[in-house]
Design a protein around this ligand. Structure first.
Ligand SMILES: CC(C)(COP(=O)(O)OP(=O)(O)OC[C@H]1O[C@@H](n2cnc3c(N)ncnc32)[C@H](O)[C@@H]1OP(=O)(O)O)[C@@H](O)C(=O)NCCC(=O)NCCS
Length: 178
């Protein structure tokens, strides 16, 4: 399997992958919602504020992940992981964890301080995320599942409490995603 940086020519395949995976796992409405989110992320996000990675197996796109900038109320630099999808028939083989680790290592080398995500702590704890209280870092929106607010430090520092809210990119800037 080959892991590489996402490039815009892969957009149609990537959007299809997210639509199909989320329709399979959570129903057609969720598939369409994620499809819109990914299209908007690709189109509206400045190239300095987004990075994606793809997993290719025998010339087939089997996984994709995006990280976009999360502006913190401090001098620290952060990205948020969202969304990620592994082809339905390839799930549970370790590809998701491999792709996430690959992306995180890229961000670490680029001197990014922290990575956040919002999802299932049981899964994301396998790739270094821990639950973070909003007293430490406030999410951009009111969280429907505060236990899903997760973060990890990529350099040596701990994540100190910050005053003020974080700000996500335009595509994620909707209450429905939080
Ligand atoms: C969630 C997802 C990205 C994980 O990728 P994957 O390649 O299937 O996962 P891996 O094989 O690397 O890891 C499997 C482990 O994670 C757990 N896991 C897999 N999917 C999970 C999920 N949706 N929730 C919680 N845990 C999950 C499995 O129990 C397994 O644990 P084990 O190794 O202790 O048995 C993938 O299953 C997927 O695309 N799911 C549908 C879309 C989705 O839910 N995306 C995440 C939200 S943005």
């Amino acid at each position: 399997m080959k892991l590489s940086t996402f490039n815009a020519s892969q957009s149609p395949d990537v959007i299809n992958l997210f639509t199909k995976v989320f329709s399979d796992s959570e129903g057609q409405d969720e598939g369409e919602t994620i499809s819109r989110l990914v299209s908007e992320l690709i189109i509206t996000t400045d190239e300095h504020d987004i990075v994606g990675f793809v997993a290719i197996l025998e010339k087939e796109l089997v996984g994709c992940i995006f990280f976009s900038r999360l502006i913190l109320p401090s001098e620290k630099i952060a990205f948020i992981l969202s969304p990620v999808a592994i082809a339905t028939d390839q799930q549970g083989k370790g590809i998701g964890q491999q792709l996430i680790r690959h992306g995180i290592e890229y961000l670490r080398i680029k001197d990014i301080d922290f990575v956040f995500t919002y999802g299932d702590p049981n899964f994301y704890s396998k790739v270094g995320f821990q639950q973070i209280n909003e007293d430490i870092v406030k999410a951009p929106f009111k969280l429907t599942q505060p236990e899903g607010w997760l973060a990890q430090s990529l350099q040596s520092g701990v994540i100190d409490a910050m005053v003020g809210s974080s700000v996500c990119v335009k595509a994620l800037n909707k209450q429905e995603y939080w």
